[in-house]
Design a protein around this ligand. Structure first.
Ligand SMILES: Nc1ncnc2c1ncn2[C@@H]1O[C@H](COP(=O)(O)OP(=O)(O)O)[C@@H](O)[C@H]1O
Ligand SMILES: N[C@@H](CC(=O)OP(=O)(O)O)C(=O)O
Length: 449
């Protein structure tokens, strides 16, 4: 039994949905289909989820919403017409949107319910289309599938009790088409996962039904050793371990959501990343163990949008509780941190910039200054992180030296280095404006020479 998740690019238009149907028809082991909202059809196009968020913002600002609703409805109308499906699906979508804009639930709840309209509509459209092709397929709402989540709007977490309920779906004779990206709390509130979260739904369903494989269909033939928008035609990765993929997706491989690995990993379900536009290509397989290869580095991931708080104090290492006090200030202020490389007298805390807006920054710096009396405290914004990843890193001598000389030969200054305790990755902090040249130089050093 297989679970197949089709991302936004795979359901972006009627033409793409027909390819999805062909893939499902070819392999009737695919009993559980998870779909995203229609994504971009071309580079400058808009994703339906982004359009729904813009609609919500306009509604909240009291501006006319029709200029936002109309393009959304045109996208769905075009898909429904070209697939020759009943117009009643379109009426239902319009009704749901209107209802979420105007009902009297609290705004965060309504925003999540509105964001979910994209996935929910995709699942209704695909199931109707599969049925029109003669397949025994039906739409299944995440509530009825048993996807029960925490009450964290926009950042739902799956509750463990869900998996048993999902397991009971195994006996299905039908093809079940489930919208990704959202679940329901025990009280029945619709809550979305973080952005890109349809991958998470696919993984939850795969773990729940104990699938033989979780196939994740996107618009590239495989996971590449580096983001293909930074390096032209990079090397394909055929096999990755869960640990490697976790590190790579955390640091910028947007092809697979970093939270999506956990459910599959716990049940040891292999994940296969495949291309809807070229389903014959073998894709990339993600498994718990792989044969050791001569390549110690499998991929180079990178992401922007980080900042760092640098704190220096003579004899910091002897001051009992220093670290705890710093981190409890962050906790009080509701700020999560990413990494914390430290020395004997100094500590850097890397934070995603979106978690440290300027007003929070002032408050945090003021409190650290007052409560810890450091010799120096400074903040550095516009940082990028580069992560060199590979299970072989721990066994290989000279990786750090090779990486630092590649970065310096690109004329880029390294702001910080951190070797993850998992020993699967090595991280370099640099200025965001230097990102492309540093990554290109690292790619050349590890994959070309
Ligand atoms: N290392 C990588 N390997 C493959 N794709 C990558 C990588 N890094 C970033 N990407 C991007 O991820 C995209 C696929 O992810 P996404 O846009 O979320 O797809 P989907 O619409 O199928 O959910 C690719 O088109 C590619 O641009
Ligand atoms: N549509 C949601 C969830 C998702 O997973 O989308 P995609 O498969 O296009 O990354 C988003 O844009 O966040």
């Amino acid at each position: 039994m297989k679970v197949a998740k089709f991302g936004g690019s795979s359901v972006a238009s009627a033409k793409q949905i027909k390819k999805v149907a062909d893939i499902i028809k070819m392999d009737l082991q695919k009993k559980f289909i998870v779909v995203s909202a229609p994504g971009k059809r071309y580079k400058t196009d808009q994703k339906i989820t982004d359009m729904l968020i813009e609609l919500w913002d306009a509604h909240e600002q009291g501006t006319s919403v029709y200029q936002y609703i109309d393009p959304i409805m045109r996208r769905f109308a075009e898909i429904i017409e070209q697939l020759e499906l009943s117009a009643s699906i379109l009426d239902e979508i319009k009704q749901t949107i209107e209802n979420q804009l105007h009902n009297d639930a609290n705004p965060t709840e309504r925003l999540d319910a509105l964001k979910a309209v994209g996935e929910d509509s995709s699942a209704k459209i695909l199931s109707a289309y599969l049925a029109s092709c003669g397949l025994n397929a039906r739409y299944l709402n995440p509530h009825d599938a048993g996807v029960t989540v925490s009450d964290d709007p926009g950042n739902a977490k799956i509750l463990p009790a869900s998996f048993k309920k999902i397991y009971s779906l195994r006996s299905t004779k039908e093809i079940l088409v489930i919208p990704g990206f959202f679940g329901y709390t025990k009280e029945g509130k619709l809550i979305t996962f973080s952005r890109g979260g349809s991958d998470i739904t696919g993984s939850i369903i795969a773990a729940g039904i104990k699938a033989d494989v979780y196939e994740n269909y996107t618009d590239v033939d495989s996971v590449y050793a580096v983001n293909p928008s930074i390096v032209n035609n990079p090397k394909k990765i055929t096999t990755l371990t869960y640990k490697e993929m976790r590190e790579l997706s955390y640091a910028g491989f947007s092809v697979f959501h970093d939270e999506a690995l956990i459910p599959a990993y716990r049940e040891e379900i292999p994940v296969c990343i495949k291309n809807t536009n070229n389903p014959q290509a073998p894709g990339t397989l993600i498994v718990s163990e792989k044969k050791p290869s001569e390549k110690c580095v499998v991929g180079i991931a990178s992401d922007t949008g980080f900042c760092s708080i640098y704190i220096s104090k003579y004899l910091m290492n002897r001051e009992i509780g220093f670290g705890r006090k710093v981190f409890s200030i962050l906790e009080d202020e509701g700020i999560s941190f990413e990494h914390a490389p430290s020395g004997i007298d100094d500590l850097s805390i890397i934070i995603r910039e979106k978690h440290l807006p300027l007003e929070k920054e002032k408050q945090v710096l003021k409190r650290i200054q007052k409560e810890l009396r450091p010799d120096l405290i400074s903040i550095h914004r516009n940082l990028a992180m580069i992560m060199i990843v590979g299970e072989g890193l721990v066994r290989t001598i000279g990786v750090a030296q090779k990486a630092t000389s590649a970065i310096s030969s690109a004329n880029v200054n390294i702001e910080m280095i951190n070797q993850g305790s998992s020993e699967v990755s090595m991280m370099f902090g640099i200025k965001a404006e230097d990102l492309e040249k540093a990554v290109q130089s690292l790619y050349a050093a590890f994959f070309v020479k």
